[in-house]
Ligand binder design. Structure first.
Ligand SMILES: [Fe+2]
Length: 364
């Protein structure tokens, strides 16, 4: 028998397959024609990722930015390049070295609120210029556990042959703080020849894509966060015990945050936690103070840690020297791919002060 010859068995199978394809399609078409589709039912109940993205997009008015924001951008000559359906926008034709008008700052802030992370290309700001830019959005938080730049509000994030990238986990920044920073503004100084992207995930869509029973369950759960990671040597060597004790006296060690966070400006609900700073076993019901128990708590955190990483929630930003990313820690998580060792990658970051996280969906 030649390679291309069809066997009787194959011919018979295809006849049957073609017959049923027509029958099944006909039956489904009749169903569709007779009923208005219920969007929730179109997505499989065991995988609501696509639905999470759609629900967020729907709340955005089925467009990447509101009409009012688009009008403002057009008026100011700013061109939007959207990276994901619901998250991530590059703002072209803005020069951050210039003294920006309050209208431009308003435009950037509004875009950040709608798109969760905004990007700029070819800015090459000095440290002082980056700090001044950050200050246009609020007070800044200095960072005690990393290498400062010449300006003390700058954190240098350096990786090379001696120090591989370690920010490759999904997280929102500095949840060990009572009032975690509202947002972070990072500029790329050195980019590896290939790789080194940062991925950003939509925390509203990640929440909306959870099963309804999980959404309900998380409403009253909080956990304790601390900076033990840095004391034990994360980001450098382990700290001497007396220094660690001294720091703990001055900077609160162990703060409670809810797992769902109401965004104080948009009123939307975000899935909110940092798996590195959260004490996984510490989850408790914040109405009664009752602990979930170690097993249940760990199981829940391990389930939730998978959530942001689903590609549908994610946009990827490829750095170039002079690129800037400004992300909203209240609405997004991020993940710095550690895929460029032994090459060098250097970012500089400033963080804008935030407020105490809370969950109150009734508050708009
Ligand atoms: Fe981070």
């Amino acid at each position: 028998m030649s390679e291309l010859e069809v066997t009787e068995e194959q011919r018979r199978y295809n006849e049957i397959a073609i017959k049923y394809a027509a029958k099944i399609h006909g039956a489904r078409s009749a169903l569709k024609a007779s009923a208005q589709p219920v969007v929730d039912e179109l997505f499989p109940s065991f995988n609501r990722t696509g639905l999470g993205v759609y629900r967020e997009y729907e709340r955005m008015g089925n467009r990447p930015v509101t009409e009012g924001l688009q009008v403002q951008a057009d008026l100011q000559g700013v061109v939007f390049e959207h990276l994901g359906l619901t998250i991530g926008t590059v703002l072209h034709d803005i020069d951050l070295k210039q003294t920006l008008s309050s209208a431009t700052i308003k435009l950037i802030r509004k875009t950040l609120l709608e798109r969760k992370v905004v990007f700029f290309r070819d800015q090459h700001l000095t440290e002082d210029e980056q700090v001044s830019f950050g200050r246009r959005f609020g007070e800044l938080d200095a960072f005690p556990f990393g290498k400062p730049g010449d300006n003390p509000y700058i954190l240098e994030i350096n990786h090379d042959e001696q120090r591989p990238g370690t920010e490759n986990n999904w997280h929102t920044d500095v949840t060990w703080m009572k009032k975690p920073s509202l947002g972070s503004i990072a500029q790329c100084v050195v980019v590896p020849p290939i790789g080194g992207s940062t991925l950003f995930a939509d925390s509203y869509a990640a929440y909306l894509g959870l099963p309804p029973e999980m959404q309900a369950r998380l409403q009253h759960i909080s956990g304790i966060n601390d900076y033990r990671f840095f004391l034990m040597g994360g980001g450098g060597g382990a700290l001497p015990e007396d220094l660690a004790t001294e720091i703990k006296k001055e900077i609160a060690f162990g703060v409670s945050h809810p797992m769902l966070r109401t965004h104080p400006e948009t009123g939307r609900t975000a899935l909110y936690f940092n798996g590195g700073f959260l004490r996984h076993e510490s989850l408790y019901d914040n109405r009664t103070g009752e602990a979930l128990g170690v097993e249940k708590a760990k199981e829940l955190v391990s389930f939730l840690q998978q959530q942001h990483g689903r590609p549908e929630y994610v946009c990827e930003f490829k750095w170039q020297p002079g690129s800037i990313a400004f992300w909203d820690n209240r609405a997004a998580q991020h993940y710095a791919a550690s895929d460029y060792y032994p090459h060098k990658r250097v970012l500089r970051r400033v963080t804008v002060s935030g407020d105490r996280p809370y969950y109150n969906p009734a508050k708009k």
